[in-house]
Design a protein around this ligand. Structure first.
Ligand code: ADP
Ligand code: MG
Length: 682
């Protein structure tokens, strides 16, 4: 059996199961091996004082003072019992488990495991699992994987297919990593590591298996970068530049002064453009630090010198926004060069016009989405290419884009907070500039974490802001109602909100499943103020800039990663007005609230990323995946920083000996997959 075989080749997988797996993006044997658990069944230690744990899953050793009672209902049997843990009484109830009444013996120690709830003055558990102390303790030692599922496919089924795959393939040695590395690190084989991740016997095994996979993922990523660099080498700068007076003039006309970070970065770029080599530079600046204006001025510098410059955004919404804001700046500052927009949602005619413009104007601002790298576009002395929020793009796309022009300088703008030492490894062939300061006119955003009981207050506050002429975003995790997850969805929420506001406030809706031009219309209406409150999914997370919006309310905030919340919050506080971020905590338990409170304490992306990691704790590998970042499948740039550094050192050692690549055909082959699939291969 090969990793590329379809899942149907696995014993016991029929058409129905195959279809279900495909819904999860699992098509091949290789895919299912990389379909990692999202968690392992977690059996907490016994708790002595359950009162303190309301809302959390808890296990306690309790005793019954009176026998359990079973009532035969019309629709189902209901069993009730009161368990005492010390002086604390917990009422337990079970449905459709009539046999329990006989099993739960008065006076015996029994482990109750479930989510503790409070009802009035009483503590309550619904359907707790009950077992002997010994049984529970043995479960605590084992690890049962919990997978991302789809309707019709349960954990047991996924486990079964995985077991069949491992039975067939085995866990023999491989040569996917240099031998000396495997020996030094005592790495298990690739297949054995995957097995350990799916079915670890203990925490130790999980850690060992995962470490190899993390290492391998980094190893290939870095190796690919290095080989790419070696292939391209240093390219002499073919572009000629002279003075910079147009840029300096425009800078004087801006309604604000550039911060020191913006200024330094711009000067650095201008120096690059005039330097001996074609450069690739990463610009890191926290959300709201003002990267767009730096991009605009750099592009202006290039265009004034007689060339084209392009900026590529990850979403239609963002591309359109750059387009309008660039046009406005050109009008305001009497810049006569055209701004051309090219996105996938434009009609064929509009697109042809855009292609024609790009061919006809040797000096132009070109703004768009990945449509910019499609074949039909013929650039004309494209000297600078900027990708905004680049982590959304594959490695290869960036190269293709570069290949379009003659030899454009590349700028990559990112809001992901990665320490410099790590950026240097991950962006190995790039120069790095950091914009560390924020524009001076900003008031810190006021953040609060609230529960359901304050919802009315929150709406009142939004209404108040709207009366003052401002706008608000409300983010919901889902597009429409789902029977699998209990979370707010945009579709129903809009109706609820309209009812709550009694028709006094215009509410709009935005989500990723809408057709592109409808999205554009909504964003335009929000931009012009026609819509006051925009209910949206996280599509607004990257880049959107509506300075008049002063409230960001996030429903089910507990379901988002902190880095993502930070990005979302960054959509407000972009003007001179006081802005607010309201995090609705619909989660149960204190751990979540503690996590959200981090948002309250800081507005610094680096600090938030570090705290997120600390609070996730060592066992929580598969907690909430962060958005953005480089999309590694298993590795976590910050949490696995040490492995990243080690892998980087090893790759460089590996490449020192030219023989190595031919000595390891498997490594070469695996690398080829990387290129083919245009993504990080594990
Ligand atoms: P990001 O770095 O998140 O992409 P933007 O470039 O969208 O941030 O800028 C956010 C807002 O800040 C914009 O409305 C922009 O006009 C404004 N801005 C940028 N630089 C400054 C500055 N130096 N002083 C005041 N406002 C600024
Ligand atoms: Mg931006």
């Amino acid at each position: 059996m090969k990793l590329t075989d379809s899942l149907r080749q696995v014993k016991g997988v029929g058409e129905k199961t195959e279809n279900l797996f495909q819904k999860l993006g699992v098509y091949t044997v290789g895919d299912i091996l990389l379909h990692f658990p999202r968690a392992y069944e977690d059996y907490p230690d016994f708790c002595d004082n359950p009162e303190k744990e309301v809302g959390n899953p808890v296990a306690f050793v309790g005793r019954l003072k009176t026998p359990a009672f079973m009532r035969k209902g019309k629709r189902m049997d209901v069993t009730t019992a009161t368990a005492f843990c010390g002086d604390c009484a917990i009422s337990c109830v079970w449905f459709r488990m009539p046999y329990l009444a006989k099993q739960l013996l008065v006076g015996e120690p029994i482990v109750f495991y479930g989510v503790l709830q409070r009802e009035g003055h009483c503590l309550k558990m619904e359907q707790p699992a009950c077992m002997t102390v010994e049984k529970y303790q043995s479960l605590q030692k084992s690890f049962q994987p919990v997978y991302p599922l789809t309707k019709g496919l349960n954990n047991a089924a996924v486990r079964k297919v995985l077991h069949s795959v491992f039975d067939e393939i085995g866990t023999q040695e491989d040569h996917l990593l240099p031998m000396d590395v495997c020996m030094r690190e005592h790495f298990p084989s690739y297949m054995r590591s995957l097995y350990m991740l799916h079915f670890p016997n203990d925490f130790e095994e999980l850690t060992v298996g995962r470490k190899r996979l993390v290492y391998q993922e980094f190893f290939y990523y870095i190796l690919h970068g290095c080989m790419q660099e070696a292939k391209e080498g240093s390219i002499p700068n073919p572009w000629k530049f002279s003075d910079t007076h147009l840029v300096d003039d425009v800078m004087k006309k801006l309604p604000f002064q550039l911060t020191k970070g913006q200024m330094d970065t711009l000067r650095q770029i201008q120096k690059d453009l005039r330097g001996p080599w074609v450069t690739q530079r990463l610009i890191q600046g926290d959300v709201g630090s003002g990267k767009t204006i730096v991009a605009f001025l750099a592009m202006l510098d290039v265009i004034a010198a007689g060339y084209q410059a392009a900026i590529m955004a990850p979403t239609e919404v963002l591309a359109r926004q750059h387009f309008t804001s660039f046009q406005k700046m050109c009008d305001d500052f009497h810049i006569s060069y055209p701004v051309v927009c090219l996105t996938g949602s434009m009609s064929a005619k509009e697109r042809r016009e855009a292609y024609a413009c790009i061919e006809d104007y040797p000096q132009a601002f070109i703004v768009g989405t990945h449509a910019l790298i499609q074949d039909k576009v013929n650039y004309h002395k494209l000297a600078l290419v900027i990708t905004d929020e680049q982590h959304r793009f594959g490695v290869k796309q960036r190269e293709q884009f570069a290949g379009k022009g003659e030899q454009p300088h590349m700028l990559v703008m990112s809001a992901t907070p990665i320490p410099r030492t790590l950026s240097m490894i991950l962006y190995n062939n790039m120069q790095i500039s950091a914009i560390k300061d924020m524009p001076a006119n900003r008031l810190p955003i006021k953040t609060c974490v609230i529960k359901e009981n304050l919802r009315k207050k929150a709406y009142e506050m939004i209404a108040e802001q709207v009366r003052e002429g401002h706008q608000a975003y409300i983010i919901c995790p889902l597009v429409e109602a789902s029977d699998k997850t209990e979370a707010e969805n945009v579709t129903d929420y809009v109706e609820k909100l309209r009812a709550a506001f009694g028709g006094t406030i215009t509410v709009g809706m935005l989500h990723g499943k809408m057709p592109a031009n409808q999205k554009n219309q909504i964003m335009d209406a929000f931009e012009t103020g026609e819509i006051s409150v925009l209910v949206s999914t996280t599509v607004v997370e990257v880049g959107v800039n509506i300075p008049n919006a002063t409230v960001m309310m996030i429903e089910n905030a507990n379901r988002f990663g902190l880095a993502q919340l930070h990005q979302l919050r960054g959509r407000v506080g972009r003007g001179k007005w006081q802005s607010y971020c309201i995090l609705m905590d619909q989660g149960k338990g204190d751990k979540i609230t503690e996590r959200l409170e981090v948002m309250n304490k800081s507005n610094d992306g680096f600090y938030i990323a570090a705290e997120d990691l600390r609070l996730r704790g060592p066992g929580d590998f598969f907690g909430i995946r962060q958005s953005g970042e480089l999309n590694f499948r298993i590795a976590d740039i910050i949490g696995d920083a040490d492995i990243l550094k080690q892998a980087s050192t090893d790759v460089h050692t590996f490449l020192e000996d030219e023989q190595n690549l031919s000595n390891y055909p498997e490594i070469k082959e695996h690398m080829a997959r990387f290129e083919e699939e245009n993504r990080i291969v594990l």
